[in-house]
Design a protein around this ligand. Structure first.
Ligand SMILES: *Cc1c(COP(=O)(O)O)cnc(C)c1O
Length: 378
């Protein structure tokens, strides 16, 4: 096990503590932040928010982008304008970060957990189809879960660690079953599936710019869509639902104060300029890891799936069993190299224990064995 410590210390050229993922600010970050402060427009109005939205939409190939305070709020408003409401069900994966399920819960809906593929660590198209066939019917243009008698309004697959799931097939299935597809692309900025950017396959895609993501605004998020009506609703809902007027304060629905401050957007515009370089560096790092782990019979390095180009946001390995995973976690963390297990399955948390699931065979397998390893840009 000492060889992994030496290897990672060598990669990062340090004997000091090595974190899992730290941001890099080597471009115009300070310049734009200073511009922002000098202009006094540090808050909810300013050119950087508009600039970021334009540039981001263009990068991922969507018509519209609406910036938000974080990825969780992006998911919350996307599900809301997607029509998810009280008593609905939303299909997602159990192997995800808590934010996905929190956002579903804020809408008053309940998650239903579908298994992931071992090849992608993301939602399995096959498992989704099987679940729908077994449990659901389409009635009056709506998908109804026969077991619970509730409407399945939306589906939120997640591109785990930045590796795209089989999103084109999932999109087809959702269409057939009258389910709104919202991608949780929080981890997959810079990841493409069959040459198309993740987050652009469904009605909406949500991204996060939290401090640990591939680029960061301190905190931040964005929803992308090609639908002009949805884009307008998203903007309205995230900006307190204020009715435009020269001076009057009037609001036509209960909105949210979810707008990204201009200060964060300034940081983000600079980070977006760095993205291509970050992606190249991460690809190089992933290749080094892939090569290193070839010598281990009982460890598998998780590579990008077929048909996909991953951003390799968080590198991950699969250990032969849970015991080995725990030994590796103990050893690396005791020796100054930060590693982490994958999230505890959502279906095992008290709040979601009662939610329906499909057995989650692969999710359980991965959740016992996967370790994330240091992945900061070199
Ligand atoms: C980071 C992340 C989010 C959003 O998190 P915020 O901290 O609210 O920006 C959502 N889903 C997944 C899977 C994530 O990794």
């Amino acid at each position: 096990m000492q060889t992994i410590i030496n290897f990672i210390q060598d990669i990062y050229q340090t004997k000091e503590f090595i974190p899992l993922h730290e941001p890099r600010f080597r471009g115009n970050e300070k310049k734009y932040l200073n511009e922002c402060i000098d202009s006094t427009f540090v808050s909810s109005v300013g050119k950087f928010v508009d600039l970021f939205e334009e540039q981001f939409a263009s990068y991922v190939g969507a018509k519209y982008a609406v910036a938000t305070v974080n990825g969780t709020s992006a998911l919350h408003v996307a599900l809301t304008v997607g029509g998810v409401s009280d008593d609905d069900e939303v299909i997602t994966q159990a192997l995800t970060f808590i934010a996905t399920c929190n956002a579903i819960s804020y809408c008053g809906a309940k998650p239903v957990f579908i298994d992931v593929d071992l090849e992608t660590s993301g939602m399995s198209a096959k498992a989704l189809e099987a679940f729908l066939q077994q449990n659901c019917i389409v009635k009056n243009g709506e998908c109804i879960n026969k077991t619970t008698n509730k409407r399945v309004k939306a589906c939120v697959p997640m591109h785990t660690f930045g590796h795209p799931c089989e999103i084109d097939t999932i999109a087809q299935i959702c269409k057939k079953w009258h389910i709104v597809l919202v991608e949780d692309s929080a981890e997959s900025l810079g990841s493409f599936y069959k040459q198309e950017h993740t987050g652009t396959f469904g009605k909406m895609g949500c991204f996060s710019f939290n401090g640990n993501k591939i680029i960061t605004s301190g905190g931040g998020g964005v929803v992308v869509t090609d639908d002009e009506v949805l884009a307008k609703k998203l903007k309205h809902l995230t900006t307190t639902a204020k009715v435009p007027h020269k001076w009057e304060y009037s609001h036509d629905i209960i909105g949210y104060n979810y707008r990204m401050p201009n200060l964060n957007a300034a940081l983000l515009v600079a980070q977006l300029e760095e993205l291509e370089g970050f992606l190249a560096s991460k690809r190089e790092l992933a290749q080094k890891y892939a090569h290193f782990f070839e010598d281990f019979d009982d460890i598998e390095f998780i590579k990008e799936p077929d048909n996909a180009q991953s951003n390799y946001w968080l590198n991950a390995i699969t250990c032969k069993d849970k015991k080995m995973r725990d030994e590796w976690l103990e050893f690396t963390n005791a020796n100054g190299v930060m590693t982490r297990p994958v999230w505890k399955l959502m279906s095992e948390l008290g709040m979601f224990k009662m939610c329906q699931n499909d057995g989650l065979k692969n999710s359980k397998y991965l959740s016992d064995r996967v370790i994330n390893i240091p992945s900061s840009v070199l």
